[in-house]
Each structure stands twice: as C-alpha cells, then as structure tokens.
Ligand binder design. Structure first.
Ligand code: HEM
Length: 286
C-alpha cells in the first residue's frame, strides 16, 4: 500500500495537534481504501519516515514559525504530485518506481505477456471509445477551463480510427466496444460534469500513461503479434516531449487556483484511473 502525506523537515513534535489531509490510495479496494480526509497526524507514522529522500519534498523553516507542509512533487508543480501518486501505483514489474504487488495479468512485466490479435483489437476499440469520449468532453467544455485542453496534439481518436481501418483492410472484423471501455467512458462523462478535479486526474493519467508505458506496450505487442507494425496510436505529430510539456504547463496553471482539498481530491482519484485503465489493458490478454 502506498501512502501519501504532506511532510516537513521539522521534528515530529511539530505535527502534534496538527490536522492534515491524507491521500492514501489502497491497492486492494479503490472504493473504500482511502484514509478519512481529516485525521490527527499523531495517529499516523510520520510520512517522511517512510519516504525515500529522493521523493520527499522538504521544506526548510528558519525560525520557530509553523512550516508550510509540502506534498511530494509540490515544489515542481501539481503534475509532479499526480505523477508521484501514479508511479507508486505501478507494480515493480511495470516501472522501477512502482510499489504495488502484481495481482492482475496485465500488471506483470510486458515481455511476459501472451497477447492475441483479437484481444489487442478489443483493447484498441475500447481505448478509442474512451479517447472519443475524452476528446468530446474537452470539446464541449462543461467547465470553461477544459477548453485549455483542446488540440493539445496528444489526441488519439483519429489515430486509432486509422489503425482500426488498417486492421479491417487486413481482413479482421472490428468488434463493438465492450464493457471495460463503455463503463470507463460513462464514468468519465459523469465525472466531467460534476467533479472537474477528479476528471482532470483521469485526463492526465490516460494521456500521459499512453506516452510512457503505453508506448512500450505497443512496441512489445507489435513485435509479438503484428510483425513489428508501427500503429498510429503510438505516433504523434510534432515533438512529443514538447507536446507533453505544454500540457503539463497548462495542468499546473489550472491547478494553481485549486485549494489543497481540491488537489487532494484529484490525487485520490488516481487509483480509479488505474483500475479502469487496467480493465481495458487486460483485454490485450483476453
Ligand atoms: C502494463 C501497464 C503499465 C506499464 C508497463 C507502465 C509503465 C510505465 C513506465 C515505464 C513509466 C515511465 C517511468 C519513468 O518515467 O521512469 C510509466 C509512467 C507513467 N505511467 Fe505507467 N505503466 C503501465 C500502466 C499504467 C496505467 C494503467 C496508468 C494509469 C492509468 C499509468 C500511468 C502512468 C503515468 C501517469 C506515468 C508518468 C508519465 C510521465 O512521467 O509523463 N501507467 N509507466
């Protein structure tokens, strides 16, 4: 289980009588696994004691004044906070910063996978359904700030349409979207209208995961079952690093106006993002 709490370089006595917000994603039950939002700090193991120094953001306080508590990644901006929480939710087999135990087949190292073409097609179809939905949501912009995320260059819907057309030309029947994609798309639609902070968590995780682990998956799966064919899903127009940086800058800017509670609420949604995306990834192995 990974835990996520604000930290300080001060001695533990400074935490006495302090309330804080805690984001503690559980690896077992994403519905109920969060620590209640306000818990007295002294009831918990100080977070800095559990964190590796590289990831622990530390605030220096000079005088006796109460230090501002810092969250891992906070000094770099909110995207770094989202990334920190996401990386802990990987398994060690998926990424070196991962901490979760392998429980599902798709959580194993990708080279160990035994993908099938039909399963991969199901994954691509459901992924397209989710990207169609995401791209429609930012286009409609139920909250005006969603419009910031139109035409980022990270969009995947058209690329996937091209790939599915290629499969069709190869003689494959293209399936209808299945339950994992339809369920996630409906969840995103609902969330985008009533909970923008939680929606942004999914937006970040979906697009950024695809450029990291997603690309690795595309390469390995293609080597195994598509004779190394490069799908458009894994190609971006322009410089990908720059496109990602532009989106990071926008996400950081948007989150600057959020309260700490709203930020924590966004971070707490990460586990659901892994759960829904994991259900879609698993299709590759079906
Ligand atoms: C088989 C499944 C997966 C594999 C193999 C995988 C692997 C990776 C790897 C290798 C990285 C790069 C780590 C680094 O920067 O050193 C990464 C980053 C990341 N992954 Fe995953 N991942 C998987 C699934 C997921 C899922 C399901 C999500 C969430 C929906 C996710 C979200 C992210 C995010 C947000 C990043 C950070 C990207 C960035 O720094 O720009 N990953 N992943």
């Amino acid at each position: 289980m990974s835990s996520f709490t604000p930290i300080s370089s001060q001695s533990s006595s400074l935490f006495n009588n302090t309330c804080h917000l805690s984001v503690t994603p559980s690896s077992t039950n994403f519905q109920s696994g969060f620590v209640p939002k306000r818990v007295p700090f002294r009831s918990q193991v100080p977070a800095f004691a559990k964190m590796p120094p590289r990831t622990a953001a530390v605030v220096t306080a000079t005088t006796a004044e109460t230090p501002k508590k810092r969250y891992p990644g906070e000094a770099k901006g909110f995207v770094e906070e989202m990334r920190f929480v996401a990386m802990k939710l990987h398994t060690r087999e998926q990424a070196k910063e991962g901490e979760k135990e392998v429980k599902q087949p798709e959580e194993q190292a990708v080279p160990k996978w035994e993908p099938t073409v039909d399963g991969y097609l199901r994954f691509l179809v459901d992924s397209k359904f989710v990207y169609d939905t995401l791209e429609e949501i930012v286009h409609k912009a139920a909250y005006p700030f969603y419009a910031e995320f139109q035409n980022t260059g990270l969009e995947r819907s058209e690329k996937l349409a091209k790939d599915l057309e290629w499969f069709r030309e190869q003689g494959h029947a293209i399936p209808e979207p299945s339950s994992p994609g339809a369920t996630y798309a409906q969840y995103l639609k609902d969330l985008s209208e009533k909970d923008p902070q939680a929606f942004i968590c999914h937006f970040y995780n979906i697009y950024f995961a695809h450029t990291a682990g997603g690309r690795m998956i595309g390469k390995k799966v293609s080597e195994k079952i598509l004779d190394g064919k490069d799908l458009d899903f894994y190609k971006w127009d322009g410089n990908l690093s720059q496109l990602l940086q532009n989106v990071r800058d926008k996400l950081n800017k948007v989150a600057e106006s959020w309260t700490r509670e709203e930020k924590n609420h966004c971070l707490e949604e990460t586990e659901k993002s892994f759960k829904y995306s994991g259900d879609i990834l698993r299709l590759i192995l079906s």
